[in-house]
Design a protein around this ligand. Structure first.
Ligand code: SF4
Length: 374
């Protein structure tokens, strides 16, 4: 067996959703109570494969999906008990659940609090009723307001998810959504541009999104608006009040170890990256992760470094030359001198005394910036 890390974050993927949104290309399926029990049992079996002495110390746990909040609380509790029996949970700094407005009730929130959840990520997407309907969400704007009223009766760190770049949207709509969100004192906002992914109903219907120029205008507005409200733009799509950045997600971008449990979940234990089965039946029958298969191959140094570059370019601290010398024994500045010069001239990155950082324009065009270094 390959060696396990001493410390990691844990992601639990709950693939069920009560409504399938027409823009979504995540690994998910229509919620089905009859599958919950066998799926959660399979996840627990997978968790147990990481049993090790001494136990891996967890830094954070993140329940994502899909819609984890469509699960009855007893399943969440079963997962947490298995996690606690398998890992060292004494140093956990954050436990997050993604939650949809239609699932929020005072009793559900109380149970999450009692189970030790510290952070909720609420999928609001927009406070404009027309936009909410267009997005085919399983909730109304009124339900989002009710959910926020309920959440504010507890002490969770709150993230609100918002989308921009919808067809026929306007800066006024985006400003309205942001203003409404801030009324509920979230300490974190995540905001993504609508993308039309292949094989989604929006793609088949040929829904066209805002043009690049308009989309960039929305993105710039979003950054300016939130930074003026004392939010710190600490990743492409993530904004937080000081010291409220998402510990779990930051570990992805800092290239730290994480273990993904569940259907299609990804894991990274340097130098290994692997993902689980994406067929529900296959996963339930055999939830052992690829990490424990004998012929599993590590990433090459080149692939590792490329992934490290992509992860680092998402965050403002960017790439520190010294890190790459320590990790890969290379002079980053010298090897990538041409790319650094070209991208700086296009105002996509800026050079600092110790490394390079992605600019606002570069964050928007991140794929192009990353490609230059691969
Ligand atoms: S609820 Fe979330 S995961 Fe489920 S279909 Fe909608 S966007 Fe996708």
């Amino acid at each position: 067996m390959h060696s396990l890390p001493s410390q990691a974050s844990l992601y639990i993927h709950i693939p069920f959703c009560s409504t399938i949104c027409p823009f979504c290309d995540f690994t998910k399926l229509k919620s089905n109570d009859s599958l919950f029990s066998s799926y959660i049992d399979a996840c627990c079996q997978e968790i147990i494969t990481y049993q090790h002495s001494p136990s891996i110390e967890l830094v954070s746990i993140f329940f994502g999906g899909g819609t984890p909040s469509c699960l009855p609380i007893s399943y969440i509790s079963q997962l947490l008990k298995t996690i606690q029996a398998t890992f060292n949970c004494s140093q956990i700094q954050e436990i997050t659940m993604e939650i949809n407005p239609e699932d929020v009730s005072l009793s559900y929130l109380k149970s999450l609090q009692d189970l030790g959840f510290t952070r909720l990520s609420l999928g609001v997407q927009t406070f404009n009723p027309d936009e909410c309907e267009f997005l085919g969400r399983g909730h109304t704007v009124t339900q989002s307001y009710q959910a926020l009223d309920h959440i504010n009766q507890f002490n969770f760190n709150l993230n609100i998810d918002l989308m921009f770049g919808l067809p026929n949207s306007s800066l006024k709509n985006l400003e309205y959504s942001l203003t409404q969100a801030l009324d509920y004192n979230p300490c974190h906002i995540s905001s993504y541009s609508l993308t039309i992914e292949p094989n989604t109903p929006f793609f088949k219907k040929q829904v066209s999104k805002a043009s690049h120029d308009t989309d960039f205008m929305f993105y710039s507005f979003l950054i300016d608006f939130l930074t003026q409200q004392d939010f710190y733009h600490y990743e492409v799509s993530s904004f937080s009040k000081l010291n409220y950045d998402c510990i779990h997600n930051k570990r992805y971008w800092q290239f730290d170890s994480y273990i993904g449990i569940g259907l299609g979940a990804h894991s990274f234990i340097s130098p290994y990256r692997y993902h689980n089965q994406t067929s529900l039946n296959t996963y339930i029958k055999s939830p052992t992760p690829a990490y424990f298969l004998a012929d599993f191959q590590p990433l090459s140094q080149q692939d590792l470094m490329s992934e490290n570059i992509i992860a680092n370019l998402r965050i403002p601290s960017g790439i520190l030359f010294e890190d790459y010398y320590d990790r890969y024994n290379i002079d980053f500045e010298q090897i990538f001198a041409t790319q650094i010069s070209d991208l700086s001239q296009q105002n996509l990155i800026k050079k600092t005394a110790t490394g390079i950082q992605t600019t606002k324009k570069g964050l928007y065009l991140l794929d192009n910036v990353c490609l230059s270094f691969l």
